[in-house]
Design a protein around this ligand. Structure first.
Ligand code: NAD
Length: 323
């Protein structure tokens, strides 16, 4: 069993873009808990100050409101050297792909290059949030990191898929051409507390509908699958990659595959709801199946997800109910 020693924590300065978002805010919590100084750079395009409200008075937390696709503002928090730069800024939901196509392209290209330059200048480790969308509508199942993907370059999801693929290429280019210390994590469908109820992703949509007693809107036949990962498992995987010094790309997620109908039924049950399922037309380029091959994550990082869908969804339903 591989055991990765903690390398980043007390005394380290970490720049986290997108830290006011769903995943980023949980990552900020975990880094603060390790003793790091965390500088979050976020423009709140899809994130919220509420997600980090509990951190703003923390002496080791700094929030800078700025667009990371523009030159970085000349503020003290950004002028000192960073030990690690974690690029998690990007709108990430299918609704965002349609509403924010240019913003997604810019944050997955211009911002990535700018942060890689900074990582080289600082001698910082650079960790990039990639995605299972890099595999597109995969023809290989489950997806190992060696699979190159099946992406429609001009489809409705392409701004996101191709920007992330460009970010991966840029990350590898800076490693090969500039000696950058880099890690790429390919994140599979992740859910949990602090997701936006209206972000257009299946789980928050289904939970919101179930709690309101409205029909659960499933696109297509509902037989398409996803393997869903609770955010606490994802954050553990990301920190293992950060500490390991490995390049990856490494898949991070869970192997538990569910159909959309199973997901809808589980959420209705956990919400004590009377909602029924309503089938809508399939959305364009919606992948049929998604499941990570976690062999590499296990071998390189000793990564093992531990939260069952039942437990993670229960926590998420309670979070949405409490709001
Ligand atoms: P999110 O929308 O909740 O968080 C993204 C954050 O980035 C938000 O706070 C947003 O305001 C910020 N942001 C976006 N563009 C910015 C810009 N130009 N300048 C500054 N801040 C900007 O989404 P998330 O689900 O937390 O995703 C976080 C990262 O993980 C993204 O890079 C996403 O692509 C990746 N990812 C997430 C999933 C998932 O299932 N949640 C899956 C694969 C990859």
């Amino acid at each position: 069993m591989v055991v990765v020693a903690q390398r980043y924590g007390e005394g380290h300065r970490i720049l986290l873009t997108g830290g006011a978002g769903f995943v980023g805010s949980h990552l900020a919590d975990a880094l603060i808990a390790r003793g790091a100084h965390v500088v979050v750079l976020d423009n709140f395009v899809t994130g919220s100050k509420d997600n980090v409200a509990h951190l703003v008075d923390h002496p080791r937390f700094t929030l800078v409101e700025a667009d990371v696709s523009e030159p970085l503002p000349a503020v003290d928090a950004l002028s000192a050297r960073f030990d690690a730069i974690m690029h998690f800024a990007s709108p990430a939901s299918p609704t965002d792909f349609q509403l924010l196509p240019v913003e997604i392209l810019r944050v997955g290209s211009i911002a990535t290059l700018q942060l890689l330059e900074r990582a080289v200048a600082d001698g910082a480790r650079f960790v990039m949030a990639s995605t299972s969308e890099a595999y597109g509508d995969p023809l290989v199942h489950p997806q190992p990191e060696t699979y190159w993907g099946n992406v429609n370059p001009i489809g409705i999801r392409s701004v996101y898929d191709e920007a992330k693929r460009f970010s991966e290429a840029a990350t590898m280019g800076y490693q090969r051409g500039r000696g950058a210390d880099v890690g790429i994590v390919r994140i599979f469908n992740t859910y949990g507390e602090r997701m936006r109820p209206d972000d257009g992703r299946a789980i928050p949509t289904f939970i919101s509908q179930a709690l309101r007693g409205e029909p659960i809107t499933v696109h297509g036949s509902g037989t398409q699958t996803r393997s869903i990962c609770h955010v606490s498992d994802l954050v553990r995987g990301i920190l293992l990659l950060l500490d390991s010094g490995e390049t990856g790309p490494v898949n991070c997620g869970t192997e538990h595959e569910m159909t959309m109908l199973e997901l809808a039924d589980t959420i209705v049950r956990l919400s004590d709801s009377t909602s029924t399922v309503s089938l809508l037309p399939r959305t364009a380029d919606d992948p049929e199946r998604r499941r990570p091959d976690l062999t590499k994550a296990r071998e390189l990082l000793g990564y093992e997800p531990s939260v069952s869908p039942e437990e993670g969804l229960r926590r998420t339903v309670e979070y949405f109910r409490s709001r």
